[in-house]
Design a protein around this ligand. Structure first.
Ligand SMILES: Cc1ncc(COP(=O)(O)O)c(C=O)c1O
Length: 424
């Protein structure tokens, strides 16, 4: 065809780094600690719920309500209503989406207009930028700034802070939304009450919507606490809270997510949803509904999946941190999420000339080198930064530790070989 094919909204967003790094894992037959998914089964009750959804009531093979399978919207409303301190109406305050990805896309399409500015905190889950651009918006970035630690001291993501003056300077009359992600990907930062209060007061002062991505809310370690910004005074009316059943029940392939918010915002998301996907697979929604009903009965008790999963995941996190340190990688302890980022600046100074294109950030070259030579795949952290800031943050890589014991052992074997090579 002679006509220009792709819509202009796709300009500049057609390259997706994930495709390259996922392929790398299979090409090099390496241990894949890159992409964020568990390589172990979901809890038995969730698997049984899905089996029941497939083999039970035949009507679950058919369409359901556009904005969510009614038992799911009902249980989400009661479960999260308690956590947010709000009386939630299933039909007005809950929308079930195709994963949290779908929730984010629907939110951006519904609220961001041509020329609107969207504040994004770096490092950020990488789809926030293209989703802003596709909606015609302009991303405005503000970086979390790391404070250097003393030599030998274990670094922590609590040392990465927002500069309040810089954050305030990003708000203009054109700012429509701010995207918050707590616990965050890739850093694993859990925003404190004081940090959330700062964001909340700026959003209120400048009449800005907060899109709060809380998919990792059940994975908060070391006694830190997850706080939903929607629960702070004055924030419910301007916040969309996004969650994921994939992350909650270790079933990322189910692609069931949700948005919670005030009807004044949700009505616009419903317009996008009913004119795009219309609704998500009924059986997956039924399985998630039953899983939440089960979890609601056990919530906060030792028998709760969220409690047990958190304990197991914290052990995996600690295992990975110890292992990475043993070869001179410098992990930055996460407070939450699936991920630990690791400082590779020592490698950058010792072997600065790794193969790769001249303009390729160091962390990307390091990942390729590590995959080929050490048999481990991770993700370069520079892909979680805007173009102008990538060079400043090209000495970190991200590992996913929500992996089976056998995968962590396979990692240990690769690291053992790496250690042997390091011995004089
Ligand atoms: C911060 C964050 N938000 C949203 C998502 C997407 O979640 P889902 O798999 O439910 O679409 C992910 C997935 O990795 C994520 O890390």
């Amino acid at each position: 065809m002679a006509k220009r094919l792709q819509a202009r909204r796709l300009d500049g967003i057609d390259h997706n780094p994930w495709v390259e790094f996922i392929r790398q894992a299979s090409d090099d037959d390496a241990v894949n600690l890159g992409q964020g998914f568990p390589d172990f089964p979901p809890p038995a009750f969730a698997v049984e719920a899905f089996q029941h959804a497939v083999s039970g009531d035949f009507m679950l093979n058919q369409y359901t309500k556009a904005f969510g399978y009614p038992p799911l919207t009902k249980v989400l409303a009661s479960f999260f209503g308690k956590l947010l301190g709000q009386e939630l109406e299933p039909l007005k305050n809950v929308l079930v989406t195709v994963g949290a990805y779908g929730a984010l896309f629907t939110a951006f399409q519904a609220l961001v207009d041509e020329g609107d500015e969207v504040i994004i905190i770096e490092p950020f889950f990488d789809c926030y930028e293209p989703m802003t651009l596709m909606a015609g918006g302009r991303p405005v970035f503000v970086s979390l700034k790391p404070t250097p630690t003393q030599d030998g001291e274990l670094d922590s993501c609590t040392n990465w802070q927002l500069d309040p003056t810089e954050l305030a300077s990003k708000f203009t009359s054109r700012t429509k939304a701010l995207v918050l992600n707590t616990p965050s990907n890739p850093l694993g930062k859990v925003f404190s009450r004081a940090e959330l209060e700062l964001v909340a007061s700026l959003c209120q002062q400048h009449d800005v919507v907060c899109i709060s991505d809380e998919v990792y809310q059940w994975l908060v370690y070391d006694g830190y606490q997850h706080i939903s910004i929607a629960s702070l005074p004055g924030m419910w009316d301007r916040t969309l809270t996004i969650g994921s059943a994939g992350k909650a029940f270790s079933a990322t392939g189910w692609k069931v997510g949700w948005v919670l918010g005030p009807d004044s915002l949700m009505q616009h998301l419903r317009t996008v949803h009913q004119n795009s996907v219309f609704h998500c697979p009924t059986q997956a929604q039924a399985a998630v509904a039953w899983s939440f009903e089960r979890e609601q009965l056990h919530f906060g008790q030792p028998s709760s999946y969220f409690v047990q999963f958190l304990q197991a995941t914290q052990r995996s996190r600690d295992h990975m941190i110890r292992s990475l340190q043993s070869v001179g990688l410098r992990p930055i302890v996460p407070q939450g999420s699936y991920f630990v980022i690791t400082d590779i600046s020592d490698f950058k100074s010792k072997m600065p000339d790794l193969p790769g294109a001249v303009d390729e950030p160091y962390d990307r070259r390091f990942i390729k080198w590590m995959s080929k030579n050490k048999g481990l795949v991770a993700i370069p952290v520079s892909i979680f930064y805007s173009e102008p800031h990538r060079r400043l943050f090209d000495h970190y890589i991200r590992f996913c530790f929500v992996k089976d014991e056998s995968t962590l052992q396979a990692m240990d074997e690769k690291l053992q070989k790496w250690r042997d090579e390091l011995r004089p």
